[in-house]
Design a protein around this ligand. Structure first.
Ligand code: ADP
Ligand code: MG
Length: 366
């Protein structure tokens, strides 16, 4: 059965800890944020697909194509073309449609606007055409869209977070078998997310380089995934040439930090959790080399605030956002203070996306 008009949406995500571990078969701990991408879809007769995004400047805001003729164009429309191509390949019957997209997730800021676009589109198509798709399948297809159609060799975290997480609990995912469980943050903490204004939109190349460095490290070590190297076997990676040794050290230690973070959360140990955030940032900056000076500045400004337990770059890096943990009730004030100090030092405009754990209040631009 088909329905004529539908509206569907999906959230962005903030990763608390576990960065660049997902494509290495490791652990991640993302959480949905209140910002979402919304797709309004109208079914059309025939095979034409007409897309418009409110988030893209003219003339790039429009993208049209025909079902069955999907071809990579190097534009945002590729995310939707990838969706329809893969759905058809899986035997789902589609028809032409018009879709209007709008989002309050900043694009290219490490908060996963791309997964939100894929997931919200698939949710809209599921409803419009009565497709038999469960949420985990949608996440897996979204990852394949990026890998096989867009050419971004991302792991599964972003799509699982957008499709399965909510913004009151974190989602602990073991990306080796895709098992997951909800982890509730302690009540007495404020979660803060600040976007640096430095976009990583052209970073697919850097991201893919890191991924291939991990693959090279695996080849030399004789393993399929870096997940197979336990924290207790760190000495094995010392034999790797640089920079592979540092890259592998980040992945192996980051996996351990995710497990320790889940433990710290279960004990309500916010000091311990914050320390893991700082260690994760250091590892991303020094070993994995995915931070930028503006993000380091935000983390340093956070570190200087007495009410902050920990802060780190969140998302794939090369720009993007930071996530920090602050004393309950102090998050909003600290977020404003850090954003002000940052804006005085660099030519980028920071945006506070989340400034308190409670209901994870969405806020306007700073
Ligand atoms: P992130 O997922 O961290 O925001 P990516 O580089 O993975 O960054 O994805 C950003 C890309 O996703 C954009 O360059 C654009 O092609 C596409 N995109 C995301 N959100 C939208 C949107 N609302 N409208 C159009 N394209 C979007
Ligand atoms: Mg993305």
């Amino acid at each position: 059965m088909t329905i004529k008009n539908v509206i569907a949406s999906a959230p962005g995500r903030v990763n608390l800890i576990g960065e660049h571990t997902d494509y290495n078969g490791g652990y991640v701990l993302p959480m949905a944020i209140p910002q979402r991408t919304t797709v309004s879809l109208k079914i059309l007769a025939g095979k034409q697909v007409r897309l418009r995004s409110r988030n893209m400047p003219e003339p790039a805001a429009a993208f049209n194509y025909e079902l069955g003729c999907e071809a990579r164009a190097g534009s945002w429309g590729d995310y939707i073309q990838g969706v329809t191509r893969l759905l058809a390949g899986e035997g789902h019957a589609l028809q032409g449609f018009e879709a209007h997209i709008s989002s309050d997730i900043p694009v290219g800021s490490g908060l996963s606007s791309s997964a939100a676009l894929e997931v919200s589109t698939m949710r809209a198509l599921r409803e419009a055409f009565g497709l038999a798709l469960d949420d985990l399948t949608i996440a897996r297809l979204g990852q394949r869209v990026e890998n096989e159609f867009v050419g971004a060799h991302v792991g599964i975290m972003d799509q699982m977070a957008s499709s399965l997480a909510n913004n009151s609990e974190a989602l602990f995912i073991d990306t080796l078998d895709l098992s997951y469980k909800s982890v509730r943050l302690p009540d007495d903490v404020d979660l803060v997310v600040v976007n640096s204004g430095v976009s990583h939109s052209n970073s697919n190349g850097d991201y893919n380089t890191r991924r291939s460095e991990c693959e090279q490290a695996c080849k030399i070590l004789g393993v399929k995934l870096l997940r197979e190297i336990a924290y207790g076997e760190l000495s094995r990676i010392e034999a790797l040439p640089e920079p592979l040794s540092r890259r592998a050290r980040h992945v192996v230690t980051e996996n351990e930090r995710v497990l320790q973070a889940v433990h710290a959360i279960s004990k309500g140990d916010l000091q311990g959790l914050g320390k893991l955030f700082y260690q994760s940032h250091q590892s991303m900056r020094d070993d994995y080399a995915v931070s930028v000076p503006e993000i380091d500045l935000l983390v340093e400004l956070a570190m200087a605030e007495p009410g902050v337990y920990g802060a780190r770059l969140t998302g794939g890096g090369f720009g993007g956002s930071i996530v920090l943990l602050a004393r309950l009730g102090a998050g909003a004030r600290i977020a404003e203070k850090i954003a002000d100090a940052y804006a005085k030092k660099v030519p980028y405009k920071p945006t506070i996306l989340v400034k308190g754990k409670g209901e994870l209040n969405a806020t306007e631009s700073h």
